[in-house]
Design a binder for this molecule. Structure first.
Ligand code: C2E
Ligand code: MG
Ligand code: MG
Ligand code: MG
Length: 297
């Protein structure tokens, strides 16, 4: 068992790991406890208008504050949460917490900001997803237009008719839908035909080498053209340098998210950014911000 190797060797579940059923059950228990013991928290990353630097939304990103080892990123526990079904109560907690935070910022006199929440494909198999979301919106007095759900192309792998109906219902309520990691799935074009989103998020893997890899540049250009043709908003993920930003702007991309503007931050730090409303873009420097540091002083 990974834990018995001592704190510093603590290993996390990953699908590649050859864990026994018992080990997996222990990890599951840990994660279940994490929810009840208040060890989960949300960081938020600003999404900005590419031309003005104005904050247009915030993406909620899950973290696990482990009492011994500190903050654990989602890639190290979400696969297990999905496999065990724990993603459903966790996902519900994420939506509720994001809406509560939205209300808290509003109550503090800050500008109303749309909050994007990541939904796992597994959550769409819950028959009462819409009911749960309606209830959370009511309880937290959040207007549906301030909630954005980020889905991925993988939802196309399941009961398509049911998923289409759920998304249709969510759209009709006024909830925004974004297609996350766009272009990395198996049926990108098919998925936006069946599950039309409001926004396409260009995956960061296409943004990273935008200036050195002609195929990445071609893909980014095509996604932006696709967005224009289908009247969808396009947001570039993982923007780290001014050069990437300038290039995306030239291609006609409207919005961006990435370390260039800000890393995902705890709510208290976001409060400060929301007071300023805009993240100034440093045109002179293109170096990556260091850990914990953002483009904002
Ligand atoms: P994602 O939704 O595509 O989120 C973007 C990820 O890229 C985040 O990683 C973010 O911290 C990171 N990122 C943002 N800007 C930059 C940049 O400029 N450079 C680089 N290298 N990375 C950047 P994070 O927070 O570790 O989340 C990873 C993934 O975990 C997310 O990818 C999402 O798929 C999943 N996730 C996060 N929170 C939730 C959640 O509440 N529910 C579900 N189901 N999945 C979640
Ligand atoms: Mg996302
Ligand atoms: Mg993404
Ligand atoms: Mg991702």
């Amino acid at each position: 068992r990974a834990k018995q190797q001592g704190r510093n060797n603590y290993q996390f579940y990953s699908p590649e790991m050859n864990t026994t059923a018992r080990e997996q059950l222990e990890l599951e228990t840990d994660l279940r406890k994490a929810l009840t013991k208040d060890e989960l928290l949300l960081y938020y990353q600003p999404q900005v208008d590419i031309n003005t630097g104005e904050i247009i939304g915030l993406e909620a990103l899950l973290r696990w504050q482990h009492p011994q080892i500190g903050v654990i990123p989602p890639n190290q526990f979400i696969p297990l949460a999905e496999e065990t079904g724990l993603i459903c109560p966790i996902g519900e907690w994420v939506i509720r917490t994001a809406c509560e935070q939205h209300q808290a910022w509003y109550a503090a006199g800050l500008p109303l900001m749309r909050i994007a929440v990541n939904l796992s494909a597994r959550q769409f198999q819950q028959r009462d997803l819409v009911k749960t979301i309606v209830q959370i919106l009511q309880e937290t007095q959040t207007q549906p237009c301030y909630l954005e759900l980020e889905i991925t192309e993988s939802i196309a792998m399941q009961d398509v008719e049911f998923t289409v109906a759920v998304l249709q219902e969510l759209r009709q309520m006024g909830i925004q839908i974004a297609m996350d990691d766009f272009g990395t799935g198996y049926s990108s074009l098919n998925s936006i035909k069946h599950f039309p989103p409001h926004t396409l998020k260009i995956d960061q893997s296409f943004v990273r080498d935008l200036l050195i890899d002609p195929s990445d540049a071609a893909i980014a250009r095509a996604v932006i053209a696709l967005g224009q043709g289908l009247h969808l908003k396009v947001l570039a993920e993982g923007v780290e340098t001014v050069e990437q930003l300038e290039f995306l702007r030239t291609l006609g991309c409207q919005s961006a998210q990435g370390y260039l503007f800000s890393k995902p931050l705890p709510p208290v730090a976001i409060t400060q950014l929301l007071r300023e409303k805009t993240i100034p873009i440093q045109l002179e420097s293109s170096t990556r911000p260091k850990e914990g540091q953002s483009a904002v002083a």
